[in-house]
Unconditional design. Structure first.
Length: 311
């Protein structure tokens, strides 16, 4: 009975994990619409529409978020999770619901596996053995999310020098800033879709009537990149004082390329130290075995022959 229940729970866990992964990492067909919808939901929350999230209407994703939000401390956890997912480029409710389901299902799978492995032990030992799976179930999904945030920021930083350079070239042709950003977005959406999507959202916000300063502040808050903060300050100051933005962007693009080259050189310098531990742990023991074991076997064989000859 316990074996059948365990296999049933394992099958349900795998199915839920696969579904959650598909929901979390699926390719967004219209990222601009999803981001505008996210901005509208944030505006509703800031104007007193927080209760809209706490209703179970609107589909399975909203129902999951509603169940989590009624738990004490669940609303704060959802807010922090949604912020980190936004910094990772996942800005829809399906992604938040998929991440929440992944957390609970992963935790349940670890606990169920720990209980099944300790099924013949006393209850006290089983409870003690559940501590490690609970810690792992809390920390591992958060580390995965931090990794996604870091990867998304790295993509934005890698795309920023070329995009800023192209923006300065387009501005030099006489186009306005919004038109230039739209043109750059169209050119870069197949090469750097992440940064192109961020620029598209910013342009749509400005066209909807939002102040450019506020739109850039929200861009920096979404991404958390200091280079974008400097770019936003440069564009705002250039518009305020009437200086040449194209020349400033050209100089800033050169500075960004220098920073990217320095980051690459630093990564190359760290590679040797990072490779030291795998070499010592995995390669050197195998090398010692390959080089020393045949000789040891030959010596032992000769000693055995000499011992047999003496007898």
């Amino acid at each position: 009975m316990l074996t059948a229940l365990f296999f049933l729970m394992t099958f349900a866990t795998l199915a839920t994990l696969i579904w959650s992964g598909m929901q979390l990492f699926q390719v967004e067909e219209n990222p601009l619409a999803d981001r505008l919808q996210e901005l509208q939901s944030n505006a509703m929350v800031s104007t007193g529409g927080r209760a809209a999230r706490r209703t179970g209407r609107g589909g399975f994703a909203n129902w999951v978020l509603y169940l989590v939000s009624i738990i004490p401390g669940g609303e704060d956890w959802l807010r922090d999770t949604e912020k980190e997912l936004s910094q990772a480029g996942l800005r829809n409710r399906q992604a938040v619901a998929g991440y929440v389901l992944f957390n609970f299902v992963f935790m349940g799978a670890l606990l169920a596996g720990a209980v099944w492995l300790q099924r013949d032990k006393p209850a006290v030992q089983i409870l003690i053995g559940l501590v490690a799976p609970m810690i792992l179930g809390v920390l591992l999904p958060k580390q995965v999310l931090h990794r996604l945030v870091k990867r998304y920021r790295n993509k934005l930083q890698e795309a920023l020098p070329d995009t800023v350079d192209l923006l300065g070239i387009v501005l030099g042709t006489g186009l306005a800033l919004d038109q230039a950003m739209t043109r750059v977005t169209e050119e870069m959406q197949h090469i750097y879709p992440e940064l192109a999507g961020e620029f598209s959202t910013l342009v749509m916000q400005v066209r909807a009537g939002q102040e450019r300063t506020v739109a850039f502040q929200q861009l920096v808050r979404r991404t958390g990149i200091e280079d974008l903060k400097s770019l936003a300050a440069m564009i705002v100051q250039s518009e305020r004082f009437g200086t040449s933005l194209a020349q400033a962007l050209k100089v800033y693009a050169d500075a960004l390329r220098t920073r990217r080259r320095l980051r690459a050189e630093a990564a190359v310098g760290k590679a040797g130290i990072k490779m030291l531990f795998p070499i010592v742990i995995f390669i050197l023991p195998v090398l010692f075995v390959i080089t020393l074991v045949p000789g040891l076997i030959s010596v032992l064989h000769d000693m055995e022959l000499l011992g047999v000859g003496r007898r």
